[in-house]
Design a protein around this ligand. Structure first.
Ligand SMILES: Cc1cc2nc3c(=O)[nH]c(=O)nc-3n(C[C@H](O)[C@H](O)[C@H](O)COP(=O)(O)OP(=O)(O)OC[C@H]3O[C@@H](n4cnc5c(N)ncnc54)[C@H](O)[C@@H]3O)c2cc1C
Length: 382
């Protein structure tokens, strides 16, 4: 990999960060915390967004912008309010939509991802959830709809289904796989689905094709149609890399990074939802909040030639579905039946799996405490 650590630590005087949401803003704070006193330039046409509340608190109630938009004012950085549109990795210059050029010693790409859509070209009316505007639109539609179809039974789809059921709508989730199984494993997935069904959410295992103009429902694999007042696609996200086309940076499934968040191009780092971590032959995106944070910390240390203490993947994930908060520390999905480490009744408690993975299921428990429990289990098993 070009660019030695020693060379980086003495020569980096100007860092440009593309994207100022969770990953980008954490990288900037971490650079300053680690003593970087050179120029820091943030390129983002918008204010950053902390996305997890968008499918929870923001769907449940009117929330002020400030509760989810990220405040960069305490970071000593210049904010260029324009999109990055080009990159010359030989000259080390980033170009923004306003035509300005931004030279860098190190570039951090934190441009995140966008919601994947399944509507046909030109077909209107598909709802998605990625931005604050999406969340506000969706909240309005959920509260004014008596029937909702959610395509996709991942954590996001099930959070949207929870909000729709709470708002009083008849909710159908359609997915080719049982909801949540790929994210959480069969045990937790089955329990959460049963709890969601008890609140009136129905699950249909099928492919779904959006029908109507604007969208009025979905056609299932058996040819039948489900109509609904609102149809929401929660079918994954696409790394925001279109602006890098033609720059020579490989972006097929996200920007590939190593354990130090370095890309294949010297002095270019990628972090958060836009990045895919290579581990051996495995290259994988893990678009979760904790990974955006840990990769930002790793990149900041690597840029400054300092020791990287944090792992590039942080096995911490949480969600809230059918009234149950799920906080997991350790690898997911989990296979098999858990051991109940602490029983809080009604299936709630602290659940553990070999590995170890520890889950606070419907009970409050701080992340450090969950991590301590996981450490204790590891020590007990050796
Ligand atoms: C609704 C929702 C709920 C979620 N809930 C959870 C949860 O409960 N638990 C969990 O672990 N994870 C959750 N996630 C995932 C988590 O929010 C993401 O992993 C995290 O937001 C990724 O942050 P990021 O900074 O990498 O990307 P993003 O948040 O996508 O930010 C990318 C930034 O880049 C900017 N940008 C894009 N293109 C350009 C460009 N060309 N030039 C300049 N700037 C650009 C954008 O304006 C944006 O500010 C949720 C995600 C969503 C959408």
């Amino acid at each position: 990999m070009p660019g030695s650590r020693a060379a980086e630590s003495v020569s980096v005087r100007r860092v440009v960060v593309v994207g100022g949401s969770t990953a980008g803003s954490t990288a900037m704070r971490e650079l300053r915390r680690r003593g970087f006193d050179g120029e820091l330039v943030l390129v983002d046409p918008a204010r950053g967004t902390n996305r997890p509340p968008l499918s929870k608190a923001v769907l449940a109630a009117d929330m002020p912008d400030e509760s989810v938009l990220i405040d960069h004012s305490s970071i000593d950085a210049q904010h260029v309010l324009a999109a990055a549109v080009g990159l010359d990795t030989c000259a080390r210059v980033l170009t923004t939509a306003d035509g300005a050029e931004h030279p860098y010693d190190a570039l951090v790409i934190a441009s995140g991802s966008t919601a994947r859509r399944i509507a046909a070209a030109g077909q209107r009316g598909e709802l998605v959830l990625r931005t604050l505007d999406d969340a506000r639109t969706l909240r309005h539609r959920l509260t004014s709809s008596s029937s909702v179809v959610v395509v996709g039974g991942g954590f996001l789809g099930m959070e949207v289904a929870t909000a729709a059921a709470t708002a009083g709508a008849t909710v159908t989730v359609v997915d080719v796989e049982p909801p949540l199984r790929r994210v959480l494993g069969a045990h937790l997935a089955a329990d959460l689905l049963a709890r969601a069904e008890a609140t009136g959410v129905r699950f249909v295992q099928s492919t779904a094709v959006l029908v109507g103009e604007p969208v009025t429902g979905v056609e299932l694999a058996d040819g039948s149609t489900l109509t609904a007042d609102a149809v929401v696609s929660c079918v994954g996200d696409i790394p925001a890399t279109a602006w890098l086309d033609g720059t020579g940076l490989p972006t097929a499934h996200g920007i590939e990074i190593d354990m130090s968040a370095r890309t294949s191009v010297a002095d270019v780092y990628a972090i958060g939802d836009v990045a895919a971590v290579r581990s051996g032959h495995d290259v994988r995106r893990a678009p979760y909040w904790a990974n955006a944070v840990t990769q930002a910390r790793v990149a900041a240390a690597a840029i400054l030639g300092q020791d990287v203490e944090d792992p590039i993947v942080d096995h911490y994930f949480w969600t809230e579905i059918a009234g149950v908060s799920v906080k997991a520390v350790g690898p997911l999905p989990v296979a098999g039946v858990p051991t109940t480490f602490e029983d809080a009744g009604d299936g709630h408690g602290i659940l553990t799996w070999d590995g170890p993975t520890v889950v606070a299921y419907g009970v409050r428990r701080s992340v450090p405490k969950l991590r301590a429990t996981a450490r204790g289990l590891t020590e007990a098993s050796v």
